[in-house]
Ligand binder design. Structure first.
Ligand code: FES
Length: 192
């Protein structure tokens, strides 16, 4: 079996066996590591930032993929809730106006990195899934639903999300129709 040496920044180097998770190895070595759900891909508290050697990581397992979709959905709802509060406490109150927002979630392999423009750093994400996500975001208007997720992003059927209505849409410049779940609310009923 293969062994790897992993350096925990600001801590020490430990040996990890092939197939062992970073969480299991760090705990076995006595390195404090939050793990509220016990490493079951439910809470994100064990998340680590890989500074180098990403190519040595195994591909994400089903649980981890599911966790990413859950985290993205949670973030989307938080954004909409915060915007609702801002609308209520500021825009509606002071200007009798609201700001609307449409959110879409999709998945796929992308190229991501930071670029420097002048002295500002910006995160740049490129690739076909980004185009699909942007068109899905646009489609929130056509579907009159402010939060949608592609079935592909769910990958593993989630009991909770499968209760939401779904729709098949055709996106400009994208050959295959995309199946989406509608997680949000109508633009017209004044949620956003
Ligand atoms: S401990 Fe890792 S996701 Fe919960």
């Amino acid at each position: 079996m293969k062994n790897f040496e992993v350096e925990f920044s600001s801590d020490r180097n430990i040996r990890i066996e092939q197939g062992q998770s970073l969480l299991e190895a760090s705990l076995a070595a006595g390195i404090p590591h939050f793990h509220v759900c016990g490493g079951n891909a439910r809470c994100s508290t064990c998340r680590v930032l890989i500074l180098a050697g990403k190519e040595q990581l195994s591909t994400r397992n089903e649980k981890e993929i599911h966790e990413s979709a859950d985290a993205a959905v949670k973030s989307g709802y938080e954004i909409l809730e915060n915007l609702e509060q801002l609308n209520r406490d500021y825009f509606t109150k002071n200007f009798d106006q609201r700001i609307n927002l449409g959110i879409s979630i999709h998945t796929g392999t992308v190229v991501a990195g930071e670029i420097r423009i002048g002295n500002k750093k910006q995160l740049l994400v490129m690739g076909y899934p980004v185009n699909v996500a942007a068109r899905l975001q646009n489609a929130t208007k056509e579907l009159n639903n402010n939060f949608i997720i592609s079935s592909e992003a769910l990958e593993i059927p989630d009991k909770l999300l499968s209760d939401y209505p779904s729709s098949v849409i055709h996106l400009r410049g994208i050959a295959e129709p995309v199946n989406v779940h509608l997680l949000g609310r109508s633009y017209e009923n004044g949620h956003t």
